[in-house]
Design a protein around this ligand. Structure first.
Ligand code: G6P
Length: 612
């Protein structure tokens, strides 16, 4: 969601901010804007892409060594120029960019309107910058104090950066709920929603904590105070990311690059953890909590979107081999439905970005009730990673494509390691079986590589479905969450309506939809329920549905029935999700490309959903 970039230093701010906004495009947005200063204050805004903004400022004055830029994902008010950020204060002495939602904006707006404020946009953000200037003038305080007082009056989430007219030497930033990171260079500072715009300039960063305000000077060290007016020492961390990880590297799209990175990302997520020689699994980040997890009466997995599908695979794994009851919850439902949470509950939050507002709120709620919180996140230093008691990073590297691919398989890989580790600890798995599963898991990156050979075949298959309007995805057991994930991928990037179902549930509704125009993707690799899946395929065939089947190499039975066959290497049933998800990612990708869709930045979607 909304992207924030700021710069103060000796260089021209405009090119740095534009480049930074482009790096943040993947977060999802619908308009963009920039404010620059040379002692004056100049705002440029545009609905559409950052490149549209760039084109619109051609020939205009973009000089200045201090500036802020924003990509907006509309919440309050449609995505047009007026609602785009930055926003001015009433007297145009301040400009502000904002990510988050000010929940009490309507009452604040009304109060200020009574006092003569005139609002140009429909946004909650404009209300906040009016409030800040209002406090500054009515209470005769400096800007930092005005920001502090105003932030004490707002309810909601924010990451903000403020640029003041006449002050060429300071940027003020603050955060609560929405992420903000400050990069420290040589006599210069960078600000951004995440580290991607910063890494080409500096590796030293400070992640702002909730309710902190940073006063960032042109020269010298930044200061941090809290909104309760306590001084904080900035904690400088070193980024581990590198530039190649966030560039396309010859691929047409980030999504395709990330699909092809999966042999590596799965290997990285298991590196040092899967120890074949010692016949063990070591998860350093959760070692102190393993006893608690192994003794838990139940584990609750909380997530949203694709990560929720990884949680479903996790449920099957944990119950299957570690014999621990698992409940899988959407963050958004869990946080509001008054669930029963006990002190001996363990909650595992799964999130690629580590910033998803609903997942974050869900773990805060569970924590307040005494539960132990474990995280599985991809972004190091993210809010969820920092607020959990312990956790295991997925180490998939930055994921730029909005539709999650390599982060999903990395989550599944880490959940597999966790399930195996707990199974060993609880004695619910025999030694030979454990050993065999370790061996098979170690082979997975090689098998993923082999699976990727289906790319060209999938590309051919995709051509037949460019104008299709509906798709059904079916799977049983471990392949049921994969069917859900396959359908989600297609929906997200091709805008074709797709539904995922447990194969046997087809007869309770979706079968009514099947005719000669309905493609049904069946993940038919299961060993345990293979025959039953074959029967489901017969049922589809009897109704003339078009069958695209994902099967294990060497399959003959399904081959006989299906219109299109995609083969994946043989593996243990519980590891199939790591392979079967790959042709489904490719199928969605190629259909979307053939339909001319913006694969990496699908309409209306955001990579990091920082509002509820
Ligand atoms: C958004 C993204 C999805 C992602 C979901 C959860 O909807 O577009 O790809 O699965 O958020 O995000 P998280 O970062 O918590 O995994």
């Amino acid at each position: 969601m909304c992207g924030i970039v700021g710069y103060i230093g000796p260089k021209e701010a405009y090119p740095i901010i534009i480049k930074g906004l482009k790096r943040l495009e993947y977060r999802g947005y619908d308009s963009a804007g920039i404010a620059l200063s040379n002692g004056d204050l100049r705002l440029y805004k545009k609905a559409g892409r950052v490149s549209d903004l760039e084109a619109s400022v051609k020939g205009l004055d973009v000089k200045g060594t201090i500036g802020i830029g924003h990509t907006r994902w509309a919440t309050h008010g449609e995505p047009n120029k007026v609602n785009a950020h930055p926003h001015y204060s009433q007297n145009r002495t301040l400009a502000m960019i904002h990510n988050g939602i000010i929940e009490n904006y309507a009452s604040l707006r009304e109060e200020m309107q009574v006092r003569g404020h005139n609002f140009l946009s429909e946004t909650d953000s404009e209300v906040l910058i009016h409030l800040i200037e209002d406090v500054q003038q009515s209470e005769s305080v400096d800007l930092v104090e005005a920001v502090r007082i105003a932030l004490n009056q707002v309810i909601g989430a924010y990451a903000i950066v403020i640029l003041a007219k006449g002050d060429n030497d300071t940027l003020i930033a603050a955060r609560k709920g929405s992420p903000l990171v400050i990069g420290i260079g040589e006599d210069e500072h960078f600000i951004a929603s995440d580290a991607t715009p910063l890494i080409e300039y500096t590796k030293n960063v400070v992640y702002l904590n909730d309710e902190e305000i940073a006063i960032i000077p042109r020269n010298g060290d930044m200061r941090i105070i809290t909104i309760a007016d306590q001084e904080k020492t900035p904690y400088i961390q070193e980024l581990e990311m590198n530039l190649t990880a966030i560039e396309k590297g010859g691929y047409d799209h980030f999504m395709l690059k990330e699909i092809f990175e999966q042999p590596l990302s799965i290997r990285d997520s298991m590196r040092g953890r899967l120890r074949m020689a010692q016949e063990t699994i070591a998860l350093g980040g959760i070692s102190e909590y393993e006893d608690k997890m192994a003794a838990a009466k139940r584990i609750i997995m909380v997530a949203c979107g694709t990560s929720w599908h990884a949680a479903l695979v996790g449920e099957y794994l944990f119950e299957d081999i570690a014999r621990i009851p698992v409940e899988v919850e959407y963050g958004s439902e869990f946080r509001y439905r008054n669930p029963i949470i006990n002190e001996d509950d363990v909650v595992i939050a799964i999130s690629q970005s580590g910033e998803t507002a609903d997942t974050l709120a869900a773990i805060r709620m569970a924590k307040s009730k005494g539960a132990t919180i474990i995280g599985i996140c991809n972004v190091v230093g993210s809010s969820i990673a920092r607020e959990t008691d312990a956790g295991s990073y997925t180490h998939a590297g930055p994921e730029i494509g909005v539709a999650s691919t390599k982060a999903f398989t990395a989550q599944v890989a880490v959940l597999t390691l966790m399930a195996l580790r707990l199974a060993k600890k609880r004695g619910t798995i025999e030694r030979t079986r454990f050993h065999h599963l370790l061996y098979e898991l170690e082979q997975i990156p090689f098998k993923v590589e082999k699976t990727l050979d289906v790319n060209e075949k999938v590309m051919e298959i995709a051509k037949h479905f460019v104008n299709t309007r509906n798709f059904l995805y079916l799977g049983r057991g471990y392949n049921f969450p994969i069917a859900l994930e396959g359908a989600l991928k297609l929906k997200e990037i091709s805008y074709i309506h797709a539904e995922g179902y447990p194969a046997a549930e087809m007869k309770h509704g979706p079968i009514a939809l099947i005719d000669e125009n309905m493609p049904v993707v069946v993940v038919a690799t299961n060993k345990g329920t293979y025959e039953k899946t074959v029967s489901n395929i017969e049922e589809i065939r009897a109704r003339k549905g078009i069958i695209i089947a994902i099967v294990t190499k060497g399959d003959t039975e399904v081959k006989r029935l299906a219109d299109y066959i995609i083969e994946i290497p043989e593996t243990e049933e519980m590891l199939v999700p790591l392979l079967a998800s790959i042709p489904l990612q490719l199928l969605a990708y190629h259909i979307a490309v053939d339909r001319g869709c913006a694969v990496d930045m699908p309409r209306n979607l955001a990579k990091s959903v920082t509002v509820e």
